[in-house]
Design a protein around this ligand. Sequence first.
Ligand code: DQA
Length: 147
Amino acid sequence: MAGANKILVIHGPNLNLLGVREPEIYGNNTLQDINRNLRVFAKDAGADLEAFQSNAESGLIGRVQMAMNDGTDFIIINPAAFTHTSIALRDALAAAKLPFIEIHLSNIFSRESFRHKSYFSDLAVGVISGLGIKGYQLALEYALASR
Ligand code: DQA
C-alpha cells in the first residue's frame, strides 16, 4: 500500500448513541471518547484521522464516494445495522477500492442469527468483532503499520 496517512473512520446508524445505548452490549464510552482517542493516536503517529457518523445509508454512501477523491488511504468502518442489510454501502466500498477494516464493538457471531451475515467481510482487509473500543485502536494500529 502507498501509505495510510489519511485515515477515515466511519460509524453507522445509532453509534451516535454510544454510552447511552445498551451499555451492557456496547460499553460506556461515547462516540466522542472513541474519536478523540483515535485522533490523538493518529496525530502522534503523524497521520490525519477524520471521523464521520451518519444514521442514513445515503450519508454513509456519500462519504465513501467522497473518499475516492479526498486523499483517503484507509477506511475503518463500523457499518452497524447496515452490516447486515446494505448492498448499496457494500457497493460503494467496492467502487472506492480503498482498503478497509470492518469493526464491531460486540461479537456479532455470539448474538442473534440475523447479525451473523455481513455484506462487508469478504471485501475487508480484516474484521474485528467483539473487542469493544479496543477494536478501533487495533484497526488504527494496523492501518498505521501498513504505511
Ligand atoms: C454493531 C453490531 C450490529 O449488529 C448492530 O446493529 C450495531 C453495532 C457493533 O458494533 O457491535 O449497531 O455493529
